[in-house]
Design a protein around this ligand. Sequence first.
Ligand SMILES: Nc1ncnc2c1ncn2[C@@H]1O[C@H](COP(=O)(O)OP(=O)(O)OP(=O)(O)O)[C@@H](O)[C@H]1O
Ligand SMILES: [Mg+2]
Length: 251
Amino acid sequence: MRELLRIDDISVSYGNIRALKNVSMHVNEGDIVCLIGANGSGKSTLLKAIVGQEPLVDGTIVFDGEEICKARCNMSRKERRRHITTDQIAARGIAMVPEGRRVFSDMTVEENLDMGAFLVRDDKLIGERKEAMYDFFPILGARKRQKTRSLSGGEQQMMAIARALMSGPRMILLDEPGLGLAPLVIADIFEKIDLINKQDKVTVFLVEQNARMALRASNEGYVLENGQVVLHDSSSALLANERVKAAYLGE
Ligand SMILES: Nc1ncnc2c1ncn2[C@@H]1O[C@H](COP(=O)(O)OP(=O)(O)OP(=O)(O)O)[C@@H](O)[C@H]1O
Ligand SMILES: [Mg+2]
């Protein structure tokens, strides 16, 4: 299987707080990989590091064979000038659905989807992708001229996912898509995530506090504790792991 994303020994700090310590992970093309961990374990920080929103103190991140992030202290002056930006990372095919959805609530559904396609130059392609999103999430089609703030939490999450897909990514990063939603709505969203992976062949990296949902939905999983990877295995093995059961599944 082909490796699409490799995170190699990265560390990230906020001032004196070391949020990630020597984290290594990989995601194979076509897989759904999940990352579970408690509040404050560093899950969102990891996703921000992948898209270039938080600088690395150490380590490297490679996407599709190319280094997309590298600790500044390990770069030459020339490399610093050339170092790729968040937009360029998006252009390479990574799209993020941030924690708490972060929709533009004053904008309509349609305008939000347009924002997701800001790197796409071809208007016809943008139109086709929007129609595909309205087919895939019919509720968004029915609400396309409505301001986003009037949508329910689940509808906003669907819109945030659709917005990420508008860039035509090879990989999407989802930060707690189930947060604050009712179980039935979460099940609906996870079903969509599975279709995006299986039908559209988009590789998925899923961050969740809802460990059971995440492990059931994925092929492989990582467990993050205090900024460090403490377990990595197939999701089925993690579901049966005594430590995971006790700490994350309430069994
Ligand atoms: N901007 C920031 N400035 C300072 N500290 C931060 C910042 N963002 C996160 N942290 C700290 O870094 C650690 C990891 O935070 P992070 O948001 O990555 O955790 P998380 O696993 O996503 O948590 P949650 O499940 O609550 O979303 C925490 O201790 C947090 O307080
Ligand atoms: Mg978080």
